[in-house]
Design a protein. Structure first.
Length: 153
């Protein structure tokens, strides 16, 4: 029988709340030795994913977007301005809701490992929450998938 996401996911999921402080969330990730945690609201709905890279960005220097001067006018590249605004918001964030990622991939527990690997590759995702009928049931990190492949091949 082919392996599914359920075979490699961690079912004991550490979660965070959007109103939790960033420092407290960093402590949770460090204490549990994890690189990301799903963020759930008071009703238990998945609303975000806090990744270690989100926390690193909150401490990083934010770079001012590139501007081009042409005939006496300054033009800011729209993509650079959009990224700057997002980076600035994350850098100033004091709570998880300010720095978490809201654009993240999810997968079902009965999906194939091929589908999981493809999703992680295509979305450049290091962690994927596992959702069954809109309920969070697990999370998969790249390392979970690699460990499974090492044991089975």
């Amino acid at each position: 029988m082919p392996s599914t996401v359920r075979d490699v996911m961690s079912a004991n999921v550490v979660t965070l709340r959007p109103d939790q402080g960033v420092a407290e969330a960093a402590d949770v990730l460090a204490a549990d030795k994890i690189g990301a945690a799903p963020v759930v609201d008071a009703g238990g709905s998945l609303v975000g994913l806090l990744r270690d890279e989100d926390l690193i960005l909150s401490e990083a220097n934010v770079h001012v977007p590139t501007a081009i001067s042409f005939l006496g006018a300054d033009f800011v590249l729209p993509s650079a301005l959009h990224r700057f605004e997002g980076d600035l918001k994350k850098a100033a964030g004091a709570i998880v809701g300010d720095v978490m990622t809201t654009d993240f991939a999810t997968i079902g527990p009965d999906e194939s490992l091929e589908a999981l690997a493809t999703l992680m590759h295509d979305r450049d995702a290091t962690h994927v929450p596992v959702v069954d009928r809109s309920a969070l049931v697990g999370i998969v990190a790249r390392g979970d998938l690699v460990r499974h492949l090492a044991v089975t091949t």
